[in-house]
Write a protein that binds this ligand. Structure first.
Ligand code: GLU
Length: 303
């Protein structure tokens, strides 16, 4: 398979598609990013990277980081994590409060904000510094020691973070959050603000394609745990459009409101696409279109 050629073909096809959606505006620092920017990278399981467009440009990883915090906690907690957070699609927007009351403060899955807050809270307990632990891991897996937090984005989100604060306080009332909410939110917003390029994210996600094995050959997750994360990405990774994403793309994927989407080709590699224009569900319009083209051109969906 000539991945470079395939990515070039996809970039041409997507460039010809009109309508790119809108940049996220509920985090003011993200609103000014041009929605028509585009990059795509593929890292194979040996760490060779192919890319087109702005594939080396750092952007706000946002909710894509939820995949990595989940992996770090699952690696230490194993199945007991699933007592604190579920693994069912929510069918609700990523920042919804309604289900939490019916379900006694147990979030539906680790990729909605409520679930990610629980996972970050747990990582804080396990490591004493959740955001630095995540950053260290991402630097190691991507091979990029320059990765860092975007303090402006984190501050912007904190200043407009009432809904995440409400989610955290509500779950704390059920005993499902252990740290003071301001501490937790500080780590959560810093995690979301990490700036990474498509190449960085594709490399960092390599352990998901290598069935749990890290870039240095050490094992992070059992094969079964890596499967679990890929499965939750497939069913819950693209907000309340996960069914549509599975239908169109057929790969485990996790999107973020910065416009990135990470997708896994189990046993083969990891893709990351970035284009900041979002649809009404919060997924990158050109990103989903590009991944749709990828599996159509290559036949490399998991089905
Ligand atoms: N930091 C964002 C929030 O919590 C992440 C949202 C996302 O990318 O889905 O609202």
């Amino acid at each position: 398979m000539n991945y470079q050629h395939v990515l070039e073909q996809i970039a041409d096809d997507v460039a010809a598609t009109p309508g790119r959606g809108r940049s996220a505006d509920y985090i003011p620092a993200l609103a000014s990013v041009d929605p028509s920017r585009f990059g795509i990278a593929l890292a194979d399981t040996d760490g060779k990277v192919y890319g087109v467009g702005e594939w080396r440009t750092p952007f706000s990883a946002q909710s894509i980081t939820k995949v990595f915090t989940l992996a770090l906690v699952l690696a230490q907690d194993g199945p007991t994590l699933w007592e604190q957070v579920g693994r069912e699609p929510s069918g609700n927007p990523f920042n919804s409060l309604v289900q939490l009351e019916y379900e006694n403060g147990i979030p539906r899955n680790p990729f909605i904000n409520a679930g990610a807050l629980v996972v970050t809270d747990r990582l804080q307990t396990l490591t004493g510094d959740a955001s630095e632990d995540l950053l260290d891991f991402l630097r190691a897996e991507s091979g990029n020691p320059d990765l860092g937090f975007d303090i402006e984005v984190a501050a912007s989100e904190s200043a407009h973070g009432d809904r995440n604060a409400a989610l955290a306080h509500f779950m704390a009332s059920y005993g499902n959050i252990r740290h003071p909410v301001p501490t937790l939110l500080d780590h959560y917003f810093r995690q979301c603000s990490i700036e990474m390029s498509c190449a960085d994210l594709a490399l960092a996600g390599g352990f998901l394609a290598r069935h749990g094995v890290r870039a240095d050959g050490g094992r992070l997750l059992s094969r079964s745990e890596a499967k679990q994360i890929n499965a939750v990405m497939m069913t819950c990774g693209t907000y309340d459009a996960a069914g549509d994403f599975a239908h169109r793309v057929g790969l485990p994927g996790k999107s973020g409101v910065g416009g990135g989407i990470l997708a896994v080709l189990p046993g083969k590699g990891t893709l990351c696409v970035w284009s900041p224009g979002l649809d009404e569900r919060g997924n990158s319009v050109a990103g989903v279109a590009a991944l749709d083209r990828f599996t159509t051109l290559t036949g490399l969906s998991v089905f």
